[in-house]
Design a protein around this ligand. Structure first.
Ligand code: FAD
Length: 387
């Protein structure tokens, strides 16, 4: 993949020629390296580790990261193009698993020292190591400020005790960017540590079975007197909460993109199906009720996608979009909830059957309004801005 250039055509506000080149490269990769195997990987609950290396080789993993760490710098729309094309695998789990570095590495990029960046970012972008983000605990995910995992300093080491759950890529992550309590109660007592999976006292559950995202391995991670070198602390002690909140913005944007693509794929499958399937002697598209359903689905997809792109462009321009990202994520999930529901309806019984794309899209979709901050948490954020 060649590096991106500034060549956005006037008629395309967001994507230029080099974005399209990247898109085509990823689309070919998905066709050749993922689609033939995705059913098998979904059933297995993971994709082969070798796929990280292959994705790294064509620049998928490094997209948007500085060249010095092995990345390919570019604006936010390169990352969006990659995310959209990975979703064309029809598997949210594949996209989430392969993309877990995009929630694990940004805190290192923002708060880490040069030495930490070289050590913890480079091998991940090269596809040699797997990175995951570990914030959520069994006692609660929304209320990050009250997390319970502790890290107590003993000389040059932190001794970490607690556990993390629902961690994407958690079963086989080589390193986790982990939120811990180093100080007192509340947001001001939280730090971020990079914990390597070979640390003493680090262990992992078996794969958690989920409603959707089957191709991503999800784990509970246990930290029992886990010893972590002090040099793995990101930024100042007790300053982690703000890095975590900033990191959520990127995650929420990607989740909005995933929701939009989930809806787009469900719409595409439905449009193809109504041209084939017949009932009462005519094609399904011959029923006005079906046509109107498809029109509503297409409207939701287009409106949501355009809003998400607009917010992305503003973020790229350096504007604060905390309220708008929360709106974009919620709206994209409203759209994908409705569109995937209606897609299954259009497919009838086949929509409920394994092997039909809308069945998986419907299941995968359910996670999107929970992961990265729930609908209700997004609303609390929006309320703070507008009320
Ligand atoms: C498939 C999957 C992958 C995930 N991957 C990761 C990962 O890689 N790393 C990671 O750290 N986490 C991950 N998560 C966790 C995810 O971020 C949390 O599930 C999410 O933040 C919600 O936390 P919770 O599940 O503890 O729900 P809770 O916080 O217990 O919330 C339960 C319900 O209460 C509501 N609620 C909570 N607070 C409020 C409030 N103030 N006002 C109104 N309603 C409220 C919520 O909206 C929700 O409906 C993943 C989750 C899933 C399902």
């Amino acid at each position: 993949m060649s590096p991106p250039f500034n060549d956005k055509a006037d008629y395309q506000q967001y994507f230029g020629k080099s974005h399209e080149m990247v898109r085509q490269t990823v689309r070919e990769f998905v066709k050749k390296e993922i689609l033939p195997f995705i059913e098998e990987w979904e059933e297995a609950g993971e994709f082969p580790r070798a796929l990280y290396k292959k994705a790294a080789e064509i620049g998928i993993l490094g997209m948007g990261y500085p060249e010095i760490y092995g990345g390919i710098p570019g604006d936010i729309f390169f990352k969006i193009a990659v995310a959209e094309e990975l979703m064309r695998s029809g598997s949210g789990g594949l996209a989430a698993g392969l993309g877990s570095l995009n929630i694990a590495l940004p805190p290192i990029l923002t708060a880490g020292t040069e030495a930490q960046k070289k050590r913890f970012i480079k091998p991940v972008l090269a596809g040699e190591k797997i990175a995951a983000l570990a914030i959520t605990e069994s006692g609660g995910g929304s209320d990050v400020a009250n997390l319970r995992t502790t890290a107590v300093r003993q000389g040059d080491t932190y001794v970490v005790n607690g556990s993390k759950t629902f961690i994407t890529s958690g079963c086989r992550a080589d390193q986790i960017t982990c939120a811990v309590r180093t100080g007192g109660e509340g947001a001001h007592g939280i730090s971020l540590l990079v914990i390597e999976s070979d640390a003493s006292g680090y262990s992992v559950s078996t794969k958690l079975k989920k409603i959707g995202w089957w191709a991503s391995d999800t784990a509970e991670i246990f930290l029992d007197d886990c010893r972590v070198p002090r040099e793995n602390l990101l930024g100042e002690e007790n300053s982690g909460f703000y890095t975590i909140m900033e990191n959520f913005q990127g995650e929420r944007l990607v989740l909005a993109v995933m929701a939009n693509m989930t809806a787009q794929l469900a719409l595409e499958a439905s449009l193809a199906y109504v041209n084939e399937r017949e009932a009462f002697g005519r094609k399904l598209k011959g029923f006005q009720v079906t046509r109107h359903k498809l029109v509503d689905m297409a409207t939701l997809v287009e409106v949501s996608r355009e809003f998400t792109y607009r917010i992305a462009a503003k973020i790229d321009a350096g504007l604060n979009q905390v309220k708008e990202i929360s709106m974009a994520k919620n709206f994209a999930c409203i759209a994908s909830d409705k569109v995937t529901y209606d897609a299954v309806q259009i497919f009838g019984g086949y929509g409920c059957m394994r092997g039909y794309p809308v069945e998986r899209l419907f299941r995968d979709n359910r996670i999107l309004s929970i992961g990265g901050g729930t609908t209700e948490v997004m609303k609390e954020i929006i309320a703070k801005f507008i009320i």
